[in-house]
Design a protein around this ligand. Structure first.
Ligand code: OGA
Ligand code: MN
Length: 291
């Protein structure tokens, strides 16, 4: 049976004693799901997975999303896998920081919930550290359930009836990537701005979570700048130290998180010195985050 070791109570746990290269038993899978309902982030150390093994494990949670970047030249063929790396698929060398891919990936360094810019946002993400730098490049997580519960009840009641607009072009623009110039027409068509509720309630646990992040840029029905300031204040609230955890990667860690119970961001590293090769599978949402 998997052993659950709590790292940060009700938020992060480490799961030992499972081999995700093989199809684990239903009982083991249930034990992982149980741990995942309490902890929004699970760390599985020492999982040296192939892409197919990672996909097979991820698919037990539900259908996978396709990567928005699947039309580009990448290090992987499978459209269900996201390629987060500084390795150039054409040469095998390090990508230049000014390259389109590196400039795009920089957006991951802002606090976000994966694909909140899609009409039906992602449910779970699984990130596999295939090659990790010896320093930097941590991934930080913030507990948006605890952050929600720390808001006063008037603010909670107000947020429950609000929606915010989310857009990939917006968040990329914050790090200097001009989507109007660089997005392919397929990408533009796939990700127009969408409205999302500002609170997500998990139907299984009943717990509520704040739903914001770097893709959100406006609150519907509010002055654009006032709404944006409010969104930024909520992200700041949710990412205070008492709500966060920094994961320092070991090679072959698999880290899985609930995008509707957490925010995350990548931290910088020396991209011109160290290779970083990460593969992500993303379990699609089954319904709109709208209650
Ligand atoms: C992601 C992501 C951050 C990182 O995989 O969705 O945002 O540290 N990753 O690579
Ligand atoms: Mn992400």
């Amino acid at each position: 049976m998997p052993r659950v070791e709590v790292i940060k109570p009700e938020f992060v746990a480490r799961i030992e004693g499972v081999d995700l290269r093989i199809r684990i038993s239903d009982a083991d899978f249930e034990a992982i799901c149980e741990a995942f309902s309490h902890h929004a982030v699970l760390v599985f150390p020492s999982q040296d997975l192939t892409d197919d093994q990672q996909i097979a494990f991820a698919e037990r949670f539900g259908p996978l999303e396709s990567s928005v970047r699947r039309h580009r030249e990448r290090n992987i063929e499978n459209p269900h896998m996201s390629d987060l790396t500084n390795v150039d698929p054409a040469t095998g060398g390090l990508l230049d920081d000014n390259s389109e891919a590196m400039s795009y990936n920089l957006g991951n360094q802002l606090w976000h919930s994966d694909s909140s810019f899609k009409k039906v946002p992602a449910q779970f993400s699984m990130l596999s550290g295939r090659e990790v730098p010896p320093e930097g490049a941590e991934t930080e997580f913030a507990d948006t359930r605890a952050a929600w519960e720390a808001l006063d009840s008037d603010r909670q009641a107000w947020l429950e009836s609000q929606t915010a607009m989310h857009s990939l072009a917006h968040s990329r623009g914050l790090m200097g990537y001009d989507a109007s110039e660089k997005f392919l027409s397929e990408e533009k068509n796939e990700v127009p701005p969408v409205a999302q509720p500002m609170m997500f309630r998990n139907a299984n646990t009943g717990r509520k979570a704040l739903y914001v992040g770097s893709h959100a840029f406006e609150i519907v029905g509010m002055d654009a700048d006032d709404g944006y300031q409010l969104i930024k204040g909520l992200v700041e609230h949710a990412t205070q130290p008492q709500f966060t955890y920094a994961h320092a990667w070991q090679r072959y860690d698999l880290v899985m998180w609930d995008n509707r119970a957490s925010l995350h961001r990548g931290r910088p590293w020396d991209t011109q010195r160290y290779r970083r090769v990460m593969r992500r599978t993303t379990v699609a949402g089954r319904e709109s985050a709208a209650a």
